[in-house]
Design a protein around this ligand. Structure first.
Ligand SMILES: O=C(O)CCC(=O)C(=O)O
Length: 266
C-alpha cells in the first residue's frame, strides 16, 4: 500500500468512527462545483415534470418532493458514486460487500413546511427494541449551498442508537437538540439514516435539492428503492461499480414510472 493509500484509509476510518458515534460525518469539498451546477441544470426539468405528474401526492409534505434520478448522464457519474474517499467510508460502515441501492433527491420549494421528526428506516429487530451497528447509509450532497433560509436538513446527533421514543423524549427534555446541517456545494455528508431528523421550510424562490445515494449491507432489501440501469450504461461501468450495483435491474430501455418510495418516515 502506498503512503497516500494508507493515509486515505486512516481518514476514512476517522470519518466512519464519527458516523458510528454521532450518526454523521461531513467530508468537505469532495465534488467539483461546476459538476454540481450541471446536475442542478439537468435536475430542474425532471423536477418540473415530476411536479406535473405526481405533485398532487404531497407524500413528503407540501411543496417538497422526493425524485429518483435516472441512471444516465450526468447522474450516472462514477466520479461521485465511486469516489474513493466516499466509498472507503461506506465500506468501513456497511462492509466491502455492501450495495448501492438508491439515487434520488429531496427538494423543498417555497411553501414547504417542517416535516414530522422521523427516521428513514425501521429497527431490524423491532421486538428487541435494540439498535445494531449501521446497515443503511445515505450519502447526501446539496445542489445549492444550504442556508438557514432555504430549508436546511435538521438532525439530532447521536439519536441513531436510541429508540425513536427515547430520542423524542431526549429532544423534549433538551438533552439533545435538532441542528441544521449547512452543507456547501461540493460537501458530502455520510449519515446513518436512523438518526432523528426532519426537513425544514424553504423560504426562498430557489429549489434546494439534496441528492441521496443509498448504500447498505448486502442483505438489506428495501423494495421502495432501486436503481434501474440501462444496459448501455452498465457496459461502461468499472468492475467495482458493477459490484456495488450488482442487485439492481439492468434494462434495455428506461421507462418513465411512478415514484415508488412513498412512505418514508419511521
Ligand atoms: O431536507 C431534506 O433534504 C430531507 C428531508 C427528509 O428527511 C425526508 O424527506 O425524508
Amino acid at each position: 500500500m502506498t503512503p497516500e493509500e494508507s493515509e486515505e484509509i486512516n481518514r476514512a476510518r476517522e470519518y466512519a468512527e464519527q458516523v458510528r458515534k454521532t450518526s454523521l460525518c461531513i467530508i468537505p469539498n469532495v465534488i467539483d462545483q461546476a459538476k454540481i451546477d450541471r446536475w442542478y441544470a439537468s435536475f430542474l426539468p425532471l423536477m418540473n415534470r415530476h411536479i406535473e405528474r405526481e405533485g398532487h401526492r404531497l407524500n413528503r409534505g407540501p411543496h417538497r418532493y422526493y425524485i429518483t434520478l435516472p441512471f444516465i448522464q450526468p447522474f450516472a457519474d462514477p466520479e461521485i458514486f465511486e469516489n474513493d474517499i466516499i466509498l472507503s467510508v461506506v465500506e468501513q460502515l456497511v462492509g466491502k460487500d455492501g450495495v448501492m441501492c438508491q439515487l434520488a433527491t429531496d427538494t423543498p420549494l417555497k411553501g414547504s413546511e417542517y416535516q414530522e421528526i422521523h427516521r428513514d428506516t425501521q429497527l431490524l429487530f423491532p421486538e428487541t427494541g435494540k439498535e445494531t451497528p449501521p446497515y443503511q447509509l445515505a450519502v447526501n450532497f446539496p445542489l445549492v449551498d444550504m442556508t438557514m433560509e432555504n430549508g436546511p436538513f435538521e438532525v439530532a446527533l447521536g439519536t441513531h442508537m436510541l429508540s425513536k421514543e427515547e430520542g423524542l423524549r431526549q429532544l423534549e427534555g433538551g438533552e439533545v437538540k435538532l441542528e441544521p446541517v449547512l452543507l456547501k456545494k461540493g460537501d458530502v455528508m455520510v449519515r446513518d439514516v436512523r438518526h432523528l431528523h426532519r426537513g425544514t421550510p424553504n423560504k426562498t424562490d430557489t429549489p434546494r435539492p439534496m441528492v441521496v445515494i443509498g448504500y447498505s449491507r448486502r442483505w438489506l432489501f428495501r423494495p421502495e428503492v432501486n436503481i434501474v440501469i440501462p444496459r448501455k450504461v452498465w457496459e461502461t461501468l468499472s468492475e467495482r461499480a458493477r459490484f456495488w450495483l450488482r442487485f439492481n435491474p439492468v434494462v434495455d430501455e428506461l421507462q418513465e414510472g411512478e415514484e415508488k418510495y412513498q412512505a418514508f418516515a419511521f
